[in-house]
Design a protein around this ligand. Structure first.
Ligand SMILES: Cc1cc2nc3c(=O)[nH]c(=O)nc-3n(C[C@H](O)[C@H](O)[C@H](O)COP(=O)(O)OP(=O)(O)OC[C@H]3O[C@@H](n4cnc5c(N)ncnc54)[C@H](O)[C@@H]3O)c2cc1C
Length: 420
């Protein structure tokens, strides 16, 4: 649906070694990765006067990896601490996303969310979230017991409920489709089926970045591989030049990082899979999202209940460390399933467990086995840097949740890094 061009078909995209002494780069910007974040960045950069931006995507369509395997929640920005990039970009991104969706008929719903506590320990976590939200002016309040019973009689919360009214959901596919269309409408080019295999920084021979892609269907680079992969003979003829390179390759971003930076700046990727469960009954069906209290140091936000734009209930995601970014089969272990059911039953005791079924999985790109919320030890923030000594290279690593919510703000941030 999104697809259009391939790199080889772009007018100035095919060069050979013997013709590579051009003084003008083929493109002002090369954005690697056509997920929500890469699409938002490409659209923003292409809006500049005189820009020529190419979005390079290894699949035959944009938005087929993590950006289409998540909860589609517009996060309020409650969990990531005062000084983190995640908080700053989530708050700004949330505002921008609501505005963009409203103005461009992208399906979204400001349905709010409840975070529920079943005991005093969990209530203490809710108090922390409440205090943090207040300090950041994020709309938040405790829901009185009688109001809770009236509004959501099926939801159990023995100790308390915190309501975040600015949380919502979005149709992530429609959002990405809009971004891609807007990018191409202002003259952006998309190179589909073009896995990047090697990147040469500017040098004495060439003022520009040289980005090599393998033919469609080639094996993508090994994530975290310390050695840049040599291009195959066929791919030697396929490169483009660009003044700037943006690495927004999601689960493969460490592999791109390691193609460019010296060994002492290489990064190892970690992958935290989250499996989801569908629910096929119409009852119980709360009209708001329901999350358990956050657990400090946990890699996710607990097995929560979300809704999609079609009104379907889904549960998840859990956290399972996996070795490969392609390990996308949802985990069918019956112990995990029982553990998820147990967690769901704590806040939704009337659930018909026979109607809960394994659905799909997504993988969080992590930079360590670190926590997703700032209240535990080892919190991992987004890593977004204009890399020192590599002018024109903006590197985005560990863009896990709330990356979808933050995508439009990340695009502004990257733009300002290059041009302010
Ligand atoms: C289980 C789960 C639940 C989540 N829930 C939410 C949520 O509710 N709300 C929220 O805000 N965020 C959520 N997130 C986070 C959000 O989904 C991500 O932060 C966001 O989608 C990241 O977008 P991206 O563009 O960086 O990555 P991706 O969508 O992964 O896109 C990267 C792209 O790069 C391409 N690529 C990779 N290597 C190469 C290469 N060598 N050459 C060319 N192309 C390449 C890939 O094919 C891919 O299309 C969740 C994530 C997970 C895993």
């Amino acid at each position: 649906m999104f697809a259009r061009s391939s790199l080889a078909s772009l007018p100035s995209a095919r060069r050979s070694f013997s013709t590579s002494t051009a003084h003008r780069a083929d493109f002002t910007h090369a954005v690697i990765g056509g997920g929500a974040v890469g699409l938002a960045i490409a659209r923003r950069l292409q809006q500049r006067d005189g820009a020529s931006t190419v979005l390079i995507e290894r699949h035959g369509a944009v938005g087929t990896e993590t950006s289409s395997r998540n909860s589609e929640v517009i996060h309020a920005g409650l969990y990531y601490g005062h000084d983190s990039l995640k908080t700053k970009l989530c708050l700004q991104g949330k505002r921008m996303m609501y505005e963009l969706c409203e103005n461009n008929h992208i399906p979204y719903m400001n349905c709010g969310k409840w975070i529920v506590a079943q005991d005093e320990l969990q209530m203490a976590e809710l108090e922390k979230v409440h205090e943090f939200a207040k300090s950041m002016d994020i709309p938040i309040r405790f829901v009185p017991r009688d109001e809770a019973k009236r509004r959501e009689p099926d939801v159990r919360a023995e100790a308390g409920i915190l309501e975040s009214s600015s949380t919502g959901i979005v149709d992530s596919h429609a959002f990405m489709q809009f971004l891609h269309g807007a990018f191409e409408d202002v003259g952006g080019d998309t190179a589909l089926a073009s896995p990047v295999t090697r990147i040469d920084p500017p040098s004495a021979d060439s003022l520009d970045w040289k980005i090599w892609t393998a033919p469609s269907g080639s094996t993508p680079p090994v994530p975290g591989s310390p050695t840049p992969q040599a291009p195959s003979p066929e791919s030697e003829e396929s490169f483009i030049t660009a003044e700037t390179v943006i690495n927004s390759a999601g689960l493969y971003a460490c592999a791109i990082n390691n193609m460019i930076l010296p060994p002492d700046r290489h990064r190892k990727p970690y992958f935290a899979k989250g499996s989801y469960y569908s629910y096929s009954r119409s009852h119980p069906k709360p009209s708001t999202l329901v999350y358990p209290a956050p657990v400090p140091g946990h890699g996710g936000l607990g097995t929560h209940l979300t809704l999609d734009m079609a009104g379907r209930v889904r549960f998840g995601p859990d956290v399972e460390w996996v070795d490969s970014p392609t390990d996308l089969a949802p985990n069918s272990s019956s112990e995990r399933f029982q553990a998820a059911l147990e967690e769901i039953r704590t806040y939704l005791p009337g659930i018909d467990t026979d109607a809960v079924a394994l659905d799909y999985a997504g993988i969080r790109p992590k930079l360590g086995k670190l926590g997703a919320v700032a209240s535990g030890k080892g919190f991992q923030d987004f890593y977004i840097e204009h890399e020192e000594g590599f002018k024109g290279f903006v590197n985005l690593l560990g863009i896990e949740s709330p990356g979808l919510t933050s995508s439009l703000a990340i695009a502004e941030y990257v733009h300002d890094m290059l041009y302010r």
